[in-house]
Design a protein around this ligand. Structure first.
Ligand code: ZN
Length: 334
């Protein structure tokens, strides 16, 4: 097996710590940790180490990568298709958060674990946490109250802002400021990346509007899982007539009554499309659809699709969501 010293350039060996033996010992016992040390040394001694960004969700990570370009290193914390509401970070996640230069989070109550992380790890980490949705008034529980079966467990606010591209333009602004402040050397690149991505989001917004406008407003009626499409509904004139889940925990006795009420609302309103997440258990949605003659459609809700598939970046995620919804609304129209 090669020695660590053989892997390190000569000039680095000259400035490396004295305790080679210890490092060699670690390397021999654990080749992966050893390679990690080499990478760490290379990073430490390189002049322009990229900013290490940890984004809580894949949606935020994708936008951060669009702004940061080649000058940043972005990782996603919560695995794709895992529900962020109930997410419990692993010890490895905690270490990633600690080692990050910047943490980008949605905020608005989505990542409840961040409070615990900050409580444990203290003030130094508070400074690197950037809430990308900060600076605009979110939807509230009062607006959720319009849907009789929905009692969201998100607290005061609706966190699902990414279903409105103009909110993602706010993410872009917040991400750009945070990167420019921490890495002024690349600030002009970040700003120019941001301007170009901002334009793509405007184009996306116009395209989505056109797709929904092509459907009669009285036909744009859907049922969702836990009211995750409120921002999309508000922006593009879609009515969410009801939701399947009263909260994020297991169903309670009252949910049977809620479901009966929802069924009646669907029949009265002519709603024929039930939207659920790919990661959700769809038993209840299928039953409701069977009883009302509606169709169940699946979309990615809280994350991008797995890497390599359609909808694996924000722009394609939104166009896939729009196409799925508008196709179903059009085909199921009475
Ligand atoms: Zn949600």
């Amino acid at each position: 097996m090669a020695h660590l010293a053989d892997l390190v350039p000569v000039e680095m060996q000259l400035v490396a710590p004295h305790s080679w033996r210890t490092i060699e010992g670690v390397y021999v016992n654990n080749p992966f940790l050893g390679l990690g040390l080499v990478l760490l040394l290379l990073t430490t001694f390189s002049e322009a180490a990229p900013l290490r960004i940890v984004a809580t969700t894949s949606l935020i990570a994708d936008v951060a990568a669009a702004v940061g370009g080649n000058d940043v290193e972005v990782t996603e914390l919560i695995p794709r298709t895992v529900d962020p509401h109930a997410y419990e970070p692993t010890p490895r996640d905690m270490a990633r958060l600690q080692n990050a230069d910047v943490i980008f989070a949605n905020g608005l109550g989505l990542e409840s674990f961040l409070d615990r992380f900050l409580a444990v790890s203290g003030a130094t980490h508070e400074n690197k946490l950037v809430i990308v949705s900060a600076g605009r008034t979110p939807r509230t529980d009062e607006q959720h109250g319009k849907e009789i079966t929905s009692h969201h467990d998100h607290g005061e606010t609706d966190p699902h802002v990414w279903f409105d591209p103009t909110w993602v333009q706010l993410w872009v602004e917040n991400i750009t400021s945070a990167l420019a402040e921490r890495d002024p050397e690349h600030a002009s690149t970040y700003r120019s990346n941001a301007a170009s991505y901002h334009n793509q989001l405007s184009t996306l917004d116009g395209w989505i509007r056109k797709q929904f406008d092509a459907i009669q407003p009285q036909q744009r009626i859907i049922v969702t899982e836990h009211n995750e499409l409120g921002y999309l509904a508000d922006r593009y004139g879609v009515t969410v007539i009801g939701t399947l889940l009263p909260n994020f925990t297991a169903l309670t006795e009252s949910s049977a009554r809620s479901l009966a009420l929802l069924q009646k609302q669907m029949q009265d309103s002519g709603a024929r499309v039930v939207v659920v997440s790919y990661s959700a258990n769809s038993t209840m949605a299928e039953r409701l659809a069977r009883d009302t003659g509606a169709r169940v459609v699946r979309i990615y809700t809280h994350s991008l699709a797995p890497i390599g598939s359609d909808a694996s970046n924000y722009l394609s995620f939104m166009s896939a969501t729009t196409t799925t919804l508008t196709d179903a609304l059009r085909e199921e129209a009475p």
